[in-house]
Design a binder for this molecule. Structure first.
Ligand code: HEM
Length: 497
């Protein structure tokens, strides 16, 4: 974090307190709440700490300040001007600089991939990767997604209490391990999946972010150990695929064979490492958050859940859906859209300006860090009347524009895994809801947890019942600050939050 005295950005915002550090602390403690308060006071383009040149998430040590934006027009301008607004390494302040040590070298690839590329380099990489994510290709993963969901469900005893958030994270981790890497998720896949997840948890721990010294015993040193192990494991997977001539139908095998149609080049081993590790990170926690939020919302909206189970039974009977049948389930589609509107798994996208620009009549200076809030755009009453209401019927009357409804972003960096994620979420939800009713345990406290994604803490304790259609049970049981984001039925225990 860096500070300087001269204010440069003229964008309105609260005065910097303690050189901006106090403003930063408020953001770190409750980013959704704090951003919401700033938008309400200062409008859709707001400077986090007027006059302070602090950084929040960026990998650039020096910034002109941190600016938040909401609303479809500002999101569109920033997302589409990709020559001015660059993305940076997902690790932000942990990204290695020009003088990385040998132990820091693996950080160049860890969680890098497309996120650490811009302009020509990014366009070339996307050209090479897009065929592996084409809808028709992705549909080949349907059987694996269903089988892994059924295996998970087979382990649930009727009436047992399960942390569904943990279960959904395990499931989506197994799905990406199998579909992206072609590795058996129950053997070595489980290992690599958990290790990558562990690295993210250690990396985004304040102890790692604040004391970035590779000294024995520091959290940062442990982080470097884990990232080194991940690189070794990924290199082994790539090596074994090369020995088998990359014949698998998984995404990594396809990337290893991909050839650029313009210049005939292929992805280097370093590129492959970066893409594979980022795909794993970007591809499992997001989907698991969407699944957890949707199951929670359904458990608290009994009428909607009843209609959805009717639809599933009517179209599918007792069988898991085929890809074609997914198109015959309009309510399932609306429920998922509305869930990702009201609780988007990725609440914001981040950029750094690399050239001067103007937004809403305000000058943006090079090195301004920008956060584009998907969450606050999705909660604008002028687009979504009664925005905190979970109401899938709003999708019957309206088709929203891509920057009004933006869970997968838009423009040249739109989520490459959107078709994969949408199919996966539909298949998993349909398969589970046909067999089970999920009842939130009484007094469960569920809070938002916002990092690069939005998830929930401490977990999602649900009783797993056979699908007996007693949808009212467990509705009203929720406590915690998700109640600030969605209108949930009143708590049956009579206590709020
Ligand atoms: C519900 C699930 C998901 C959500 C909400 C989501 C959301 C997003 C968003 C908002 C972005 C744009 C970031 C930006 O503009 O800076 C993004 C990018 C990306 N996503 Fe997803 N994602 C999901 C699932 C997946 C899956 C399943 C995969 C891979 C299998 C994936 C891979 C990626 C990659 C590689 C990028 C970077 C694209 C680029 O920079 O060109 N995502 N995702």
């Amino acid at each position: 974090m860096t500070t300087a005295q001269t204010p440069a950005l003229t964008i309105p915002g609260p005065p910097a307190q303690l050189g901006g550090y106090l403003n930063l602390i408020k953001m770190v403690r409750d980013p959704i709440g704090e951003m919401g308060r700033l938008f309400s006071t200062f409008g859709p383009l707001v400077n986090m700490a007027h006059g302070a040149k602090v950084r929040f998430l960026s990998s650039y040590p020096r910034t002109e300040g941190v600016v938040f934006v909401r609303g479809p027009e500002l999101l569109r301008q920033i997302a589409t001007k990709s020559d001015i607004y660059h993305r940076y390494h997902l690790l932000g302040p942990l990204a290695p600089g020009n003088h990385a040590t040998r132990r820091q070298e693996p950080l160049r690839y860890f969680a890098a991939g497309l996120f650490d590329m811009n302009e020509g380099e990014h366009r070339r990489a996307r050209r090479l990767m897009l065929p592996a994510f084409h809808r028709k290709r992705v549909e080949n993963y349907r059987d694996r997604m269903i089988a892994l969901t059924q295996q998970l469900a087979a382990g649930w005893a009727p009436g047992a209490t399960v942390d569904l958030h943990h279960a959904m994270t395990e499931l989506t981790m197994q799905i990406v391990t199998s579909c992206l890497f072609g590795v058996d998720p129950h053997s070595s896949g489980e290992q690599i999946g958990r290790t990558i997840q562990h690295a993210m948890d250690v990396g985004f721990n304040p102890a790692t972010l604040m004391v970035r010294y590779d000294w024995p015993g520091t959290s940062y040193s442990r982080f470097l150990d884990i990232v080194g192990q991940i690189e070794d494991a990924m290199r082994r997977i790539i090596y074994e695929k090369r020995l088998g001539n990359s014949a698998g139908d998984d995404v990594l095998s396809m990337l290893m064979q991909a050839r650029d149609e313009e210049d005939g080049s292929m992805l280097s081993e370093h590129d492959l490492l970066g893409h594979a590790e980022l795909l794993f990170i970007a591809g499992h926690e997001t989907s698991s958050n969407a699944l957890s939020f949707t199951l929670l919302l359904l458990s608290q909206h009994p009428d909607i859940c009843a209609d959805l189970v009717d639809e599933l039974t009517g179209v599918l009977g007792a069988d898991p859906p085929t890809v074609e049948q997914l198109r015959e389930l309009p309510l399932l589609d609306r429920v998922i859209k509305e869930s990702m509107r009201v609780l988007p798994p990725v609440p914001w996208n981040s950029r750094i300006a690399v050239a001067e620009d103007e937004l809403a009549g305000q000058k943006i200076l090079p090195a301004t860090e920008i956060l584009m809030s998907i969450y606050h755009t999705h909660h604008l009453a002028e687009i979504y009347p009664d925005p905190e209401r979970f109401d899938p019927t709003r999708w019957e009357q309206h088709d929203y524009g891509i920057f009004e409804y933006n869970p997968f972003s838009g423009g040249p960096r739109m989520c490459i895994g959107a078709s994969f994620a949408t199919m996966e979420i539909k298949l998993v939800l349909a398969t589970l809801l046909q067999r089970f009713r999920f009842e939130l345990v009484e007094g469960a406290t569920v809070n938002r947890f916002v990092g690069p994604t939005m998830s929930l803490r401490p977990g999602l304790p649900m009783r797993v019942m056979p699908q007996d259609r007693q949808f009212q049970r467990g509705a009203g049981n929720l406590r915690g600050n998700l109640r600030e984001m969605v209108h949930f039925p009143a708590s049956t225990s009579g206590r709020r939050h």
